[in-house]
Ligand binder design. Structure first.
Ligand SMILES: CC(C)(COP(=O)(O)OP(=O)(O)OC[C@H]1O[C@@H](n2cnc3c(N)ncnc32)[C@H](O)[C@@H]1OP(=O)(O)O)[C@@H](O)C(=O)NCCC(=O)NCCS
Length: 315
């Protein structure tokens, strides 16, 4: 078994996408998303990928990185995969990953894995523990009837989209960022939430090719933004992916999130999409209740695993 670092060439990007999609076909990756990920690395963030080769052929990879969606200090997120038939290399791969990781002296490793995949047991056997769970769920628009859900919004509330605003201007982006970050802080989650600074958010979200300004639905009260529901382009066929949905605490339980989601579903239907997907923390009862009522159907849970490490010299 030979190990070599990812060299950032076009060929290596293509190889990574090919391997990843062969091992995890239900979590499709695109070249564009990988390049965007690398191009928007934050200051001081770590991201390294290595290929596993046998007889000169890449048969797997491992990678570790500063967690993108919650970059908590001291944590590194790990991932790996081996093509079918090469699973016996997993022990050696893990040993190599640990050696490469050690130079960065992480305080904890985190990863995400589907509950029904063999990797879940692999991680548990190596001291990882479940600290959070998320449910992906999907609504089939072919079977969705919005009529029973329609109800009037409070008179002071109007729904628009990011595309209605001058969203390239920093002033609008800062207002949107303020809303999004206030709501993200409020999403029930098992770990503290570390938010991206404005400039990184601008690069990662506003310049993401998967951003659809017309499908970022915003609830306004006068000029104030009080709620949001976002749809993003997805590598899954016929599918749009839900991003953040949220309503400021002062405006909850008045049907605003429901109205935002209905607008988003109507947009998806009008654009010819068949499915809308979403991901929710299993502890997020309010959001789950809303999605369950609309008819989203859950898939196998995604486990969030963590292993705390300590540095021996510091004992
Ligand atoms: C989840 C959230 C978006 C709901 O917003 P909202 O505008 O209050 O929701 P609505 O008024 O449209 O509620 C619609 C339905 O959802 C369900 N629901 C909403 N909040 C609920 C709660 N706290 N508990 C149980 N069910 C709830 C109910 O079925 C409700 O209908 P009802 O009021 O007739 O009972 C809001 O609580 C929120 O912003 N939470 C923090 C951010 C977050 O966690 N977002 C999801 C992660 S992406």
């Amino acid at each position: 078994m030979n190990i070599r670092p990812f060299d950032y060439s076009d060929a290596d990007y293509e190889l990574y996408v090919r391997l990843s999609n062969a091992v995890y076909p239900d979590q499709p990756r695109t070249l564009e998303a990988l390049r965007h990920f690398d191009a928007t690395k934050g200051p001081g963030e770590i991201a390294q990928t290595f290929f596993i080769e046998q007889a000169g052929q890449a048969v797997g990879w491992f990678a570790f990185m500063t967690p993108r969606f919650n970059p908590l200090s001291g944590q590194l997120e790990v991932e790996w995969g081996l093509l079918p038939g090469h699973e016996p290399l997993s022990e050696a791969l893990w040993g190599a990953l640990e050696r490469e990781l050690a130079r960065h002296r992480p305080g904890a490793l985190v990863t995400r894995v589907r509950e029904d995949w063999p990797q879940a047991a692999f991680y548990m056997a190596r001291g990882f523990e479940v600290y959070d769970r998320m449910w992906p769920s999907t609504l089939d628009l072919g079977r969705f009837d919005p009529a029973p859900f329609q109800r009037p919004l409070p008179e002071s509330i109007r729904i628009g989209t990011l595309a209605d605003l001058d969203y390239h201007s920093e002033a609008v982006q800062r207002r949107y960022y303020a809303l999004v970050t206030a709501l993200l802080r409020d999403v029930p989650s098992a770990q503290p939430v570390e938010l991206w600074p404005f400039e990184l958010w601008q690069e990662r979200s506003m310049k993401d090719k998967n951003l659809i300004p017309e499908a970022n639905f915003i609830a306004f009260e006068g000029e104030a933004m009080v709620g949001v529901s976002q749809l993003w382009r997805s590598p899954r066929p016929q599918t749009l992916q839900t991003g953040l949905t949220g309503v400021l605490p002062s405006h909850r339980r008045r049907g605003i999130a429901l109205a935002l989601k209905l607008r988003a579903l109507e947009y998806a239907r009008q654009q010819g999409y068949r499915y809308v997907r979403t991901n929710n923390h299993q502890v997020n009862r309010p959001m789950l209740a809303l999605n369950e009522a609309l008819g989203f159907e859950k898939g196998p849970a995604q486990l969030h695993l963590k292993k705390s490490l300590f540095v021996k010299e510091e004992l």
